[in-house]
Design a protein around this ligand. Structure first.
Ligand code: ATP
Ligand code: MG
Length: 261
C-alpha cells in the first residue's frame, strides 16, 4: 500500500499541499485529477523524495524517509511530467536505464518486452531525440515499465506512478497505455496516475480524487467522485455530466479492451 498521512509541502514561501491524506492499494488504479498548479506533480515529487515534506509517506509498509534508494527503485517506477534527454542516447539506452535501476537488471530481454508494450518494438537503435513527442513519452513509459516489469516482487507489490502519461498521445495510444495500467494493477501491482482527461480517467480508475486547495477531495469510484459540484470546485467552470454536446462531433471511447475482444 502507498500510505500518505497528513502530507504538507511548501515550495519557496508557498504552501502547496496542506495535510493531504491518501491510501493507494495494490491491484488498483488510482487517478488524481485537478487544475493546473493544484499540486499534483508536487505530490508525486514528494513521493519521489524530490520535494521536502512534513507528514508520513509509507510504501509497502516502509517509511520513505528511511528507505534506501535501491529498495525504492526496485519497488516503484515514476514517469515524471517533464523529462529532457540532452545527450545522444538511443531509445534502447533509455529503456535499459530503467531496467538497470530496478532489481531486474540482469534480464535484458525485458527491454524488448517493454518497448513492445508501448508499441515501439524494433525502434531501440533510434536516437531518442529524433523520436516524435508521443513516441518519446511512450519511450519514457517503457523505461518505467522495464524498471518494475513484474507487478509483484519479492517484497510485495510494485508501483507505477505516472504524471500525465497520455498527455502527448493519440487516441489509440492513449487507450493502449490505459490498458497497460489496468493490466499492471490486475496482475497485483499498484498504479497512481495523474490525468487531465476525465473520460479516460473514469474508464480506467478504480478510484479517483481531485486535488483542490492542497487536499485530495471526493476520493472514490469515478461515479461518486465525478459530481458536478466537485468538478466545479476543481476546475472553476460548470461541467455537465452525461449530457450530449449541443454542436459538433462528440466521441467517447467505450472501453480500454483491445480490438476484437
Ligand atoms: N520551486 C517552486 N517555488 C515556488 N512555487 C513552486 C515551485 N515549484 C512549483 N511551484 C508552484 O507549485 C504549484 C503546484 O505545481 P505542480 O507542478 O504540482 O502543479 P500541477 O497540479 O502538477 O499542475 P499541471 O496540471 O499544470 O501539471 C504551482 O502553482 C507552481 O507554480
Ligand atoms: Mg503537473
Amino acid at each position: 500500500m502507498l500510505d500518505i498521512v497528513d502530507l504538507s509541502v511548501r515550495l519557496g514561501r508557498t504552501p502547496i499541499l496542506h495535510g493531504l491524506t491518501l491510501q493507494a492499494h495494490a491491484g488498483q488504479v488510482l487517478v488524481i485529477c485537478g487544475a493546473n498548479g493544484a499540486g499534483k506533480s508536487t505530490l508525486l515529487k514528494a513521493v519521489l523524495g524530490e520535494a521536502a515534506y512534513h507528514g508520513t509517506i509509507r510504501l509497502n509498509g516502509q517509511d520513505l524517509a528511511t528507505a534506501r534508494p535501491d529498495q525504492l527503485a526496485a519497488r516503484r517506477a515514476v514517469l515524471p511530467q517533464d523529462i529532457e534527454v540532452a545527450f545522444a542516447f538511443t531509445l534502447g539506452d533509455i529503456v535499459a536505464m530503467g531496467r538497470e535501476a530496478g532489481d531486474l537488471w540482469s534480464d535484458p530481454g525485458i527491454d524488448a518486452l517493454a518497448l513492445a508494450a508501448v508499441g515501439l518494438q524494433g525502434r531501440d537503435r533510434e536516437d531518442f531525440r529524433t523520436l516524435s513527442g508521443g513516441e518519446r513519452q511512450r519511450g519514457h513509459l517503457a523505461r518505467a515499465l522495464a524498471q518494475v516489469w513484474s507487478p509483484v516482487g519479492p517484497d510485495g507489490p510494485r508501483w507505477l506512478m505516472l504524471d500525465e502519461p497520455v498527455a502527448s498521445l493519440d487516441l489509440g495510444h492513449q487507450l493502449m497505455i490505459m490498458r497497460l495500467a489496468r493490466q499492471f494493477a490486475d496482475a497485483g501491482g499498484g498504479v497512481v496516475a495523474i490525468m487531465h482527461d476525465l473520460n479516460l480517467s473514469a474508464m480506467v480508475a478504480d478510484r479517483m480524487g481531485f486535488l483542490i486547495d492542497g487536499r485530495l477531495q471526493a476520493l472514490g469510484p469515478p461515479a461518486q467522485a465525478m459530481r458536478p459540484e466537485v468538478l466545479e470546485r476543481a476546475y472553476g467552470c460548470h461541467i455537465a455530466l452525461n449530457a450530449a454536446p449541443k454542436a459538433g462531433p462528440w466521441l467517447l471511447p467505450q472501453s480500454c479492451r483491445p480490438f476484437g475482444r
